[in-house]
Ligand binder design. Structure first.
Ligand code: PLP
Length: 281
């Protein structure tokens, strides 16, 4: 299996990173996760443009890289590993320097790594829906940056796992923000509600696709925050991400959503999402 590290494709066993990498010491870096469907990279421009935005927001210099160059790397890595359906993880850290909080010398080069993996779409869950729990959102105030600092997300997801749930839906003082690794939507009376794309959530690429699909289907897509009570009483609930796509949530904590079955609007969105994959990969 090949990985990509510091501008080279090497065997996984040779993929060493330094003890003094700032990603390792401080979580000082950013990442993306991109899907491969039928051997084609899905929404790669959007992902890499977001990577460059994250870099800019944390003052990480990516001037040696370009969106097109990175798309080529992604395609080559997937091809070398024969990934037909799966994903590519890309991470960039601020580089290797003696451990010290301030940014290192400007000549420090970012450390760029990527790996690919093969797997199928989560058909069973997409059809039947999953359970979620709710947890406090204890994260920092720049959740719009796809940063390597994922401890808040990790603790939330672990709690979900301990409770046999697929996702943890986070809230700040009752206001639902997003999932530990997904965006969250509540559907009520034929309208889709989701938290606005501000500093409190990651502006998901899947969220952007869902917004477009909803507009095409003429389903109102309302970017307004809602609370836990609204979530519990929604007709349908969805979480979305690059890996779980348009995932129905049929139970939140101990409570069924609607009649506990996947709802009609969710099904419509899923169908359009499938068509979107077909025509964009
Ligand atoms: N929110 C968080 C915290 C995430 O980690 C992710 C993806 O991993 C998402 C939202 C969904 O983003 P995307 O649709 O770009 O995968």
């Amino acid at each position: 299996t090949y990985i990509f590290i510091n501008d080279e494709f090497v065997d996984e066993s040779k993929g060493q990173v330094s003890f003094s990498d700032r990603g390792y010491n401080f979580g000082d870096g950013i990442y993306e996760y991109i899907r491969i469907y039928d051997g084609e990279v899905f929404t790669a421009h959007e992902h890499y443009e977001r990577l460059f935005r994250s870099a800019k927001e944390i003052g990480l210099n990516l001037e040696d890289y370009s969106v097109e160059g990175l798309i080529d790397v992604t395609k080559e890595l997937a091809a070398k590993n024969n990934v037909v359906n799966g994903g590519i993880y890309i991470q960039v850290t601020r580089g290797v320097a003696p451990r010290n909080h301030p940014f290192p010398d400007a000549s420090t080069k970012p450390v760029f790594t990527a790996f690919s993996k093969s797997y199928d779409r989560p058909y069973e869950e997409l059809e039947n829906g999953v359970k979620a729990i709710t947890v406090d959102d204890i994260r920092w105030l720049r959740c719009d940056i796809k940063s390597l600092n994922l401890l808040g997300n990790v603790l939330a997801k672990e709690k979900a796992t301990q409770n046999d749930a697929a996702e943890a839906i986070m809230h700040r003082d009752q206001t639902v923000t997003e999932g530990s690794s997904s965006n969250v939507y509540a559907i009520k009376n034929g309208k889709i509600y989701t938290h606005p794309a501000n500093n409190l959530i990651l502006n998901g690429i899947t969220r952007r696709v869902i917004k477009k699909i909803a507009q095409d289907l003429e389903i109102p897509f309302i970017e307004e925050a809602f609370n836990l009570d609204f979530l519990n009483n929604a007709d349908e609930v969805i979480v979305s991400s690059t890996s779980v796509e348009v995932m129905p949530v049929v139970q939140v904590n101990d409570r069924k959503i609607g009649d506990g079955k996947v709802g009609q609007i969710t099904k419509q969105l899923q169908k359009s999402f499938d068509n979107y994959i077909e025509s964009n990969s």
